[in-house]
Design a protein around this ligand. Structure first.
Ligand SMILES: *[C@@H]1O[C@H](CO)[C@@H](O)[C@H](O)[C@H]1NC(C)=O
Ligand SMILES: *[C@@H]1O[C@H](CO)[C@@H](O)[C@H](O)[C@H]1NC(C)=O
Length: 749
């Protein structure tokens, strides 16, 4: 505790005047009872006289006087800031009074400041907004802190917490107060750190110093210092083809670290060709890419779009969008003919290539994998040669006469799911080769021509067919051989090359030529030509153009009864063999033949062995005996015969030509008047009967061309030549003794 007593005051006390105040100086905030100074002593009073003088002070709030020692003591709180505020000098002035005698003294207690107040900031925090584009060196003066203390106890210095961007300096304003000033040391980046929080500390000059802090909040405002950035440099997306317009493809996203307008991004296609903008839409605000048209894989399987993002300022960013189109099976396979010969000769070799086929499918992968096949059962086969190529080759021999054209359907199917297929149909024509010889309708022909026929009349027609086409099937006929003399042939018959009709060139004479045989040839016009031969047997029938003997036998047309037509003459043979043909009325008529062996004898006993032996060739010895017997018998009846013959001739004259009927020659049973006694009724001892089917009522019996009058020549032409068959089941050359004029035959070839 320090007290100051100023000497002049003491001096004035001695002089008994109160003009000079007593001065003390104490620091503020002394504890109660603290001694300020010895007032009694300073007033010149002794300790003993103090009770009597009753020393006291007027500023009782703050001070009191000790009765024992006369000390001036602190009796209340002395706060300099309360008493004097921010005044630089502060003193309490009061009076000290003594009684006995009453005296008044002026006392001044100077209150010295102590650092009992810390600085403080009025605002809780300091808000600052600094643009990120601010350059280093920019200064920001801040509000100063307040400190109730004065002089050195007031604010002396400001500090901030260490940081990268700012420093702080303490500045003095003209009134002497200190204020802080913030200095930007390093550039700010809003995108990196959009705000900074600093602690500003104000420290006073006291000992110990007091301090206080406040927050500086620095908001870094945006400058358009960032370009937009796409989330990917390249966007890849796959898309089915044939998606409807408006299908979402993908969204490109660009971000800008700036904010506000500086971060408002618009998207656009970059250098887009017109085709791209026709196919795709880009939403400028969202970056959504959608299809605008229909995408066709086959047209383009990949699209690359450049997209630009632009912020509110001048910054842009680019990215690429790769759109892979995924193939769909939307193309049908096609068949193309690299080569195709649609006319193939029927004799083409097996393995001959008819067509070379290419299959194509615009799709790719499995969708474009094509199989080709033919479905028809045809003699061709489709062979795979190499990728997408097939050849159509002949697998089986062709025959135009069986199948002259083929419709071939090529089916091409791809392997997509579902698969598509197409069909192509071609017609393949088989061209003709002369591989068929003409074929006659009959194996051989037999015609009967009655003698005295009209020269130039047709007597037969042969016909051959040839299934080949055109000239290859065009048949012409000719006579290539005959048993006639080659020079005579031309005067006998000719054949029409076109129709195969055989013409008689002259009237035939049965008595000169009974039969002849021709070999006819049918020949086509192919190259080389093919031909076939057939034999034509012409039988010249007899007409009664000579006074000659009538035939020996007649046959009942319906009954099948064989009768002698006249009496047996010397010249007649004893043995006869007759061939009887039977024909029904069916269509075509069917016929059969039977052979009849006849032996003429005087008595049955004579011929019985012969008969029992059947038609075995007769023993020459027996035959001689037989002839002798017959000769004797003939001589014995010769006379009778002469008489009967005379009558018969007479009868024939009277009923001349009344009988035009076949099989009713003059010497029939009905003529009756001159019958051989042995063969009355005209019946031979053995009649051969045919059994015929009951329903076949119209069965006819015929000797083979027994009667020359049977058929006129035109009948032979019009009728079926097979009606009368040659006896080719027996000894074919001869069915009757050649001396007999009634039956003759030849064998068909
Ligand atoms: C082939 O097709 C044509 C036309 O459709 C038809 O006239 C012809 O009869 C067919 N040929 C065969 C052998 O099927
Ligand atoms: C047909 O007959 C002629 C003459 O006899 C002969 O030269 C030819 O080879 C025969 N043709 C056939 C196919 O038999």
């Amino acid at each position: 505790m320090k007290s100051q007593v100023l000497f002049p005051f003491l001096l004035s006390l001695f002089c008994g005047a109160i003009s000079q105040p007593i001065l003390y100086s104490i620091p503020e905030e002394l504890a109660k009872g603290s001694r300020v100074g010895n007032l009694a002593k300073d007033l010149g009073l002794s300790v003993q006289e103090l009770p009597a003088r009753k020393l006291r002070v007027s500023a009782e709030d703050y001070f009191s006087v000790s009765v024992e020692s006369g000390d001036l003591l602190v009796s209340g709180r002395i706060d300099r800031e309360k008493i004097c505020g921010s005044k630089f000098e502060c003193a309490l002035e009061f009076e000290s009074v003594t009684e006995n005698p009453m005296n008044i003294f002026h006392v001044i207690v100077v209150i010295q400041d102590i650092n009992d107040n810390a600085p403080h900031f009025i605002a809780k925090s300091i808000e600052l907004a600094i643009c990120e584009s601010a350059l280093p060196g920019v200064k920001f003066p801040l509000d100063s802190a307040q400190d109730a203390d004065v002089e050195s106890n007031s604010v002396k210095i400001y500090t901030i917490n260490p940081n990268q961007h700012f420093s702080l300096s303490t500045k003095e304003s003209p009134d002497g107060s200190k204020y802080p000033e913030l200095l930007l040391e390093k550039p700010l980046d809003r995108e990196h750190q959009s705000s900074h929080h600093l602690i500003l500390t104000a420290i006073d000059g006291g000992d110990p110093p007091l301090s206080s802090t406040t927050q500086i909040s620095i908001k870094v405002t945006d400058a358009n210092d960032n370009a937009p950035m796409f989330s990917q440099d390249i966007y890849r997306v796959t898309l089915q083809e044939n998606m409807p317009p408006g299908t979402s493809v993908l969204r490109v996203v660009a971000t800008d670290q700036d904010e506000g307008v500086n971060a408002e991004i618009t998207y656009a296609f970059l250098n887009a060709p017109a085709s791209t903008s026709l196919l795709f839409n880009l939403n400028p605000n969202t970056g959504d890419i959608t299809t605008n048209g229909t995408l066709d894989f086959e047209e383009r399987s990949r699209h690359i779009l450049g997209v630009e993002a632009k912020d509110g300022g001048v910054h842009t960013a680019h990215c690429n969008v790769q759109i892979e189109i995924v193939d769909e099976n939307d193309n049908t396979p096609e068949v193309t003919f690299i080569s195709f010969s649609n006319h193939i000769p029927e004799d083409a070799d097996l393995g001959t290539i008819i067509a070379l086929i290419k299959v194509t499918d615009k799709d790719s992968g499995q969708n474009g994998l094509v199989m080709c096949y033919i479905q028809e059962e045809i003699p061709f086969k489709l062979e795979f040669t190499s990728k997408n190529y097939y050849k159509l080759v002949i697998q089986k021999a062709l025959n135009r006469e069986e199948t002259s054209e083929y419709n071939i359907t090529f089916t091409a199917t791809d392997k997509g799911k579902p698969s598509l297929s197409s069909r192509t149909r071609v017609t393949l024509h088989i061209t003709d080769i002369n591989d068929n010889a003409p074929v006659f309708q009959e194996a051989s022909y037999v015609v009967h021509v009655a003698e005295n026929n009209l020269p130039g009349a047709s007597i037969a027609q042969v016909r051959a067919s040839d299934p080949d086409l055109g000239l290859n099937g065009q048949v012409s006929y000719s006579i290539v051989d005959s048993d006639l003399e080659p020079r005579a042939l031309l005067s006998y018959v000719s054949v029409s090359a076109q129709s195969g009709v055989v013409f008689a060139q002259r009237a035939f004479d049965h008595e000169q030529l009974r039969a002849f045989e021709l070999t006819l040839q049918a020949r086509d016009q192919g190259s080389p030509a093919l031909s076939a031969n057939v034999s034509l047997c012409v039988l010249v029938g007899d007409r009664n153009d000579n006074a000659s003997d009538p035939g020996l036998f007649s046959l009942g047309l319906r009954t099948g009864e064989v009768r002698t037509a006249r009496s047996l003459g010397d010249k007649d043979a004893a043995r006869h063999r007759l061939l009887v043909a039977v024909r029904d009325g069916g269509q075509p008529p069917l016929s059969a033949t039977a052979t009849l062996h006849l032996i003429f004898a005087d008595s049955l006993q004579e011929v019985l062995p012969d008969l029992s032996e059947g038609p075995a060739p007769p023993d020459p010895q027996e035959e001689l005996q037989f002839y002798l017997v017959v000769a004797l018998a003939l001589i014995s009846v010769l006379f009778l015969l002469a008489v009967i013959l005379a009558i018969a001739v007479h009868l024939r004259h009277s009923s001349s030509a009344a009988s035009g009927r076949c099989f009713q020659p003059g010497l029939s049973s009905k003529s009756g008047s001159a019958i051989h006694p042995n063969y009355s009724e005209g019946t031979i001892p053995y009649s051969y009967k045919m059994c015929v089917a009951s329903q076949s009522a119209k069965t006819e019996f015929n000797f083979l061309n027994v009667t020359p009058e049977v058929a006129p020549p035109q009948d032979l032409l019009c009728g079926d030549p097979s009606v009368v068959a040659c006896a080719n089941n027996e000894d074919p050359r001869l069915v009757y003794d050649s001396s007999s004029s009634h039956v003759s035959a030849c064998s068909p070839v």
